[in-house]
Write a protein that binds this ligand. Structure first.
Ligand code: NAP
Length: 286
């Protein structure tokens, strides 16, 4: 049996996981908070067996990324109501009998948007119907927003909107209407824009209007085509990195069982994330 002696062990598990920004963010937080812990990136193949091994080795907490957010849900000994409602989890904490799980993606989204606007009573549009959209819809509804889902695949979109009890509009119909005036908050939850400087337009420029708060979930690149369209129209823009940051802060708070301070905690994590993304972009330019 292998057991850590001087430091607590944490990790992000996924496949692939080499590009995860979580180790940079979490290790910066542990250093700044003076916590003797190490956070690794571990590529796994068989979640059930690998999670057992990590538990036996003494890992204290795990972040879970693609493609295991749903599989791991079934491998946890218990999950909270957020993971149950979303049907996926992104955070595991060691308990006596194995791993207990929660989902913090919805907290990441609502905290990131909540820095710019109240959510209660607002009309929100979520574009996409995958795992990210499910977490965002859950979070917005929980905070009291009225939510409409829009998706390319109508069946998938309708399935999400009916299970979360919200409205649905197909993506072509949304784009054709060309007008987003019904919405105070818009969240882009498709993978469109990922790793691309310029991306296909989900909606025309006329869709955006000043006063709208627009959040992107994609964070590579920092400024997607969607977010640039929103910025040019005078909207308040919230980059995907903010959601990543706040879902990570919520993970850390659950593992440590205490709030992470804004100063010397959240600010350090944000700085580390932004620096890592900027460094990546500089390397791509070279
Ligand atoms: P997913 O389950 O694979 O869902 C993908 C979604 O994108 C579906 O709604 C799909 O629509 C839509 N889509 C893909 N290509 C499209 C296109 N060309 N035109 C229109 N719609 C398209 O993915 P996911 O897990 O929800 O992740 C979505 C994004 O969120 C990813 O980029 C991920 O990195 C990001 N994310 C960010 C955070 C964060 O903390 N910032 C957290 C989680 C996820 P169809 O149903 O029609 O195929």
């Amino acid at each position: 049996m292998i057991q850590p002696v001087h430091e607590d062990l944490f990790a992000v598990v996924g496949n692939p996981v080499s590009h995860s920004l979580s180790p940079v963010m979490m290790n910066a937080a542990f250093r700044s908070l003076g916590i003797p812990a190490v956070y690794l990136a571990l590529q796994i193949d068989s979640p059930v067996d690998d999670l057992k091994t990590l538990w036996e080795t003494g890992f204290k907490g795990l972040s879970v990324t693609l493609p295991f957010k749903e599989t791991v849900y079934r491998a946890a000994v218990s999950v909270d109501e957020t993971a149950e409602a979303i049907g996926a989890l992104n955070t595991l904490r060691r308990c006596d009998k194995g791993w207990e799980g929660i989902n913090t993606d919805w907290i990441g989204a609502t905290r990131a948007i909540g820095r710019f606007t109240r959510l209660h009573g607002k009309n929100a549009l979520v574009i996409g119907a995958g795992g990210a959209a499910r977490a965002v819809v859950y979070g917005l509804k929980r905070e009291g927003a009225r939510v409409t889902v829009s998706n390319r695949c109508i069946e998938r979109g309708r399935s999400l909107s009916s299970s979360m009890r919200c409205d649905f509009i197909s993506l072509p119909a949304l784009a054709k209407s060309g007008n987003g005036r019904d919405f105070d908050i818009v969240v882009q939850c498709t993978s469109v824009g990922l790793m691309e400087e310029q991306s296909a337009r989900l909606v025309p420029d006329s869709f955006f209007h000043p006063g709208m708060v627009v959040m992107e979930t994609v964070y590579r690149p920092l400024w997607t085509g969607f977010l640039l369209q929103a910025r040019q129209a005078g909207c308040t823009t919230v980059p995907g990195i903010d959601m990543l940051l706040h879902q990570g802060v919520a993970q850390l708070e659950w593992w440590l069982d205490r709030p992470v301070p804004a100063s010397n905690g959240i600010d350090v994590m944000e700085k580390a994330l932004k620096k890592a993304l900027e460094d990546e972009q500089d390397i791509q330019k070279d």
